[in-house]
Design a protein around this ligand. Structure first.
Ligand SMILES: [Zn+2]
Ligand SMILES: [Zn+2]
Length: 169
């Protein structure tokens, strides 16, 4: 949840503004999660509602396309949207509305902006070595030990067996 109380601003005259600092450690999104959400929001009362503007940085949980390991992708968001006033009808363009009690949850809005900033092929690190095409093991964590072993070479298998026997003694 990114909860803000916009009660005062919703009742203020057009042109009134206010800034809010965001610092939220974890924002659950249903189908994902943001963490370390930071930034300043400029909130301005406009005729149709509250204009929300700001630059935010966060990290979005995703999965590395090379090694399939979950990780947090750092992203920056340039938010600029309008939150509707209490009682206004919701539309696809204005999906977020202030509750009668003045509270609003900006998480659905931030989620959309975050999603747009996500790389199409997120990679956990530039030097991610991915999964081994032979054994499927994660090469970053040492799950794969067949790296230097061309499969189907019996001589190598013998050498490996010898090495592991001498290791254990
Ligand atoms: Zn990776
Ligand atoms: Zn392998």
């Amino acid at each position: 949840m990114i909860k803000l109380n916009l009660s005062a601003l919703a009742h203020a005259r057009v042109g009134r503004d206010q800034s809010v600092e965001l610092a939220i450690d974890v924002v659950p999104l249903g189908d994902g999660e943001l963490r370390n959400l930071r930034g300043m929001l400029q909130l301005t009362r406009v005729a149709e509602g509250i204009l929300v503007q700001g630059e935010l940085t966060t990290e979005a949980r995703t999965e590395c396309t090379r090694c399939l390991t979950p990780f947090y992708q750092p992203i920056s968001i340039e938010l600029e949207d309008i939150v509707s006033l209490p009682g206004a009808s919701l539309t696809p363009e204005r999906p977020v509305r202030i509750h009668e009690d003045g509270w609003v949850d900006l998480a659905p809005l931030v989620r959309e902006y975050a999603w747009l900033e996500m790389p199409t092929s997120p990679i956990c690190s530039d030097d991610c070595r991915g999964l081994c095409p032979q054994c499927g093991g994660n090469r970053n964590t040492g799950e794969c030990t067949c790296e230097d072993a061309p499969s189907g070479d019996p001589r190598w298998a013998i050498l490996q067996r010898l090495a592991s026997t001498s290791d254990s003694t």
